[in-house]
Ligand binder design. Structure first.
Ligand code: H79
Length: 427
C-alpha cells in the first residue's frame, strides 16, 4: 500500500462501522436537514434547544448494539449543520450542557464505545447555520439564504474559522485518543484553504498523530500528489462506487461508503423505508469486495434511543457476521473478476465465495481448477467437495474451472452463503 495510506490500515481492516446522527433535529423528527428545508429561524429552532432532554440516552446500549452487529468503530455527530454541540465547548453556549440534558453527551459516548473496545470517531460539520459569522444570505443551503433581513449582516468569516478550529482543538484534546475525524462538507468556494485547511490538518496531526481524517475538507485525494489536507480516505455518500476507488496513478485509495438504513440520517418519525438485513449484508460484502468499508447509519430519537427497526436490522447483520466475519474483517478485493453467482472477497490464500444466486446445479469457479486445497461452508465449518460433474469435461471452460456441489434447491443461508476456499497458493 502507498505509505500515504498506512495510517488507515487498522480502520480498513475493520471494514464495518456505525454512523450516528443525533442532535436537536431528533425532536422535529423530519431529518437533520429540517432547518434548511423548512427555512426554520434560530428563534423557532430554539424551542428544541430548551426542551432537549434525552432521558433514555444510554451510549453503553448503543455501543453494545454496535458490537453485537459486528461493527468495529463508530462515528457520532459532535455538531451537525445546525450548529448544536453535543459536547461541552467553552466557545459556545449552544451545547447540550445548557439544555435540560445538562451534561456532555460526547464524553459518555467516548467512554462507552471505548469500553466495548470499539474505535471512536467524531463527525464535525464545517457548515454552521447557527454561528453568526457563517455566511447566510445567498449561501447554497443556509436556512436564511433568502431572508432579506440577513442581506446586510456583516459576517466575519475569520471569526467563524477561529471558532471552528478552536472546537476541533477541544474535541481532540479533551477526550483522549480519537481514531477518526469525519468533516462534512465542502462546496462551491467553501473548500480547502477557505477553511484554513492546511493549518487545521497540522493542528489535528499534532494533537492526534494517528487519527484518520476523511476527504471532505476539500482538495483532491485522487491526485498523484494530493494536498496536505486532502485526507486519508474517500467518502462516497449513499452509493457504493461501481469500481471501487483508485487514484490518478491507478493505486487503490482507502474508501468508506456511508449509507442510511432508511432515507434519512437524523431521526425521522415516519420514514419507514428501511433496507432489509439481506441488502445490508450484501452491501457490506460489495464494499469489501471493492476494497472499501461500510459506515452504516442510525438516527436515535429525541429520547436517545436507536429506532427499533434499525436495531432489528443490526442484530441480524451481527448474527450473520458472527459466523461469517472471517470473510469480511481483514479482507479485500480478490484476484478474480466478479463471478456470476455473487462476489468474492479475499485474505491471503483464503478466497471467500459469497453465493447470492444459487442457480441450479453445482457452483462454478472459473480459474480455480486444481487450486482449491479445501472448501468449507464458512457458517458451520462443514466440508464441501470439489468434484467435476458428469460430462463436464465436454464443456469448454472445464480446463480451468472447478465445481462445488451444494445440496438442495435453496441456499443454506439466503442472506449470503459463504464458501471458504483455501487455495494451494495465493493467487
Ligand atoms: O450528515 C449527513 C448529511 O446531512 C450530510 N452528509 C451526511 C453524512 C449531507 N449534507 N449535504 N449532503 C449530505 C448532500 C446534500 C444534499 C441535498 Fe438535500 C440535496 C441538500 C439539499 C438537497 C438531502 C435532500 C438533504 C436535503 C434534501
Amino acid at each position: 500500500m502507498n505509505p500515504r495510506f498506512e495510517r488507515t490500515a487498522t480502520l480498513m481492516n475493520d471494514r464495518f462501522g456505525l454512523f450516528i446522527h443525533w442532535g436537536l433535529y431528533a425532536i422535529p423528527a423530519r431529518g437533520e436537514w429540517v432547518r434548511s428545508q423548512e427555512r426554520i429561524t434560530n428563534e423557532q429552532y430554539q424551542a428544541y434547544f430548551e426542551e432537549f432532554n434525552p432521558t433514555l440516552y444510554d451510549p453503553r446500549a448503543w455501543a453494545k448494539a454496535a458490537k453485537a452487529a459486528g461493527q468495529r468503530y463508530a462515528v457520532l455527530t459532535t455538531k451537525h449543520h445546525d450548529g448544536f454541540c453535543l459536547f461541552d465547548s467553552e466557545l459556545t453556549d449552544y451545547k447540550a450542557t445548557n439544555t435540560p440534558a445538562g451534561r456532555d453527551l460526547i464524553r459518555e459516548y467516548v467512554d462507552a464505545f471505548r469500553e466495548e473496545g470499539l474505535q471512536v470517531g467524531f463527525y464535525y460539520s464545517l457548515i454552521d447555520w447557527y454561528h453568526s459569522d457563517y455566511p447566510a444570505f445567498g449561501d447554497r443551503q443556509h436556512p436564511m439564504r433568502a431572508e432579506e433581513s440577513y442581506k446586510n449582516r456583516e459576517e466575519q468569516f475569520d471569526r467563524y474559522l477561529e471558532y471552528m478550529h478552536g472546537q476541533v482543538r477541544e474535541l481532540l484534546t479533551n477526550y483522549g485518543k480519537i481514531d477518526i475525524m469525519w468533516f462534512d462538507f465542502s462546496y462551491d468556494d467553501m473548500t480547502g484553504e477557505k477553511w484554513r485547511a492546511t493549518e487545521l490538518i497540522r493542528m489535528i496531526r499534532s494533537l492526534q498523530p494517528d487519527i484518520v481524517i476523511d476527504n471532505r475538507l476539500g482538495g483532491n485525494i485522487m491526485a498523484a500528489e494530493p494536498e496536505e489536507y486532502a485526507g486519508d480516505f474517500f467518502s462516497p455518500e449513499q452509493i457504493i462506487p461501481p469500481r471501487g476507488i483508485v487514484n490518478d496513478l491507478g493505486e487503490p485509495i482507502p474508501w468508506e461508503a456511508c449509507i442510511t438504513l432508511n432515507d434519512h440520517w437524523g431521526y425521522h418519525a415516519t420514514d419507514k423505508n428501511y433496507k432489509s438485513p439481506r441488502q445490508v449484508i450484501r452491501a457490506l460484502v460489495e464494499c469489501v469486495s471493492k476494497n472499501g468499508n461500510l459506515l452504516l447509519n442510525v438516527g436515535p430519537d429525541a429520547k436517545g434511543e436507536i429506532p427499533k427497526e434499525s436495531l432489528a436490522i443490526l442484530s441480524v447483520v451481527g448474527e450473520w457476521l458472527r459466523r461469517n466475519g472471517d470473510s469480511i474483517y481483514g479482507c479485500g478485493i480478490a484476484a478474480l473478476p466478479k463471478p456470476e453467482w455473487g462476489r468474492y472477497t479475499q485474505k491471503g490464500n483464503k478466497l471467500y465465495a459469497h453465493i447470492f444466486d444459487r442457480g441450479i446445479g453445482p457452483i462454478y469457479f472459473q480459474g480455480l481448477k486444481g487450486k482449491i486445497k479445501k472448501a468449507r461452508l464458512l457458517s458451520d465449518g462443514s466440508e464441501l467437495h470439489v468434484e467435476t460433474p458428469w460430462m463436464a469435461d465436454q464443456y469448454s471452460d472445464t480446463d480451468s474451472g472447478a465445481f462445488i456441489h451444494l445440496a438442495g434447491g435453496d441456499l443454506p443461508d439466503e442472506l449470503d452463503t459463504v464458501i471458504e476456499l483455501e487455495l494451494t497458493e495465493e493467487i
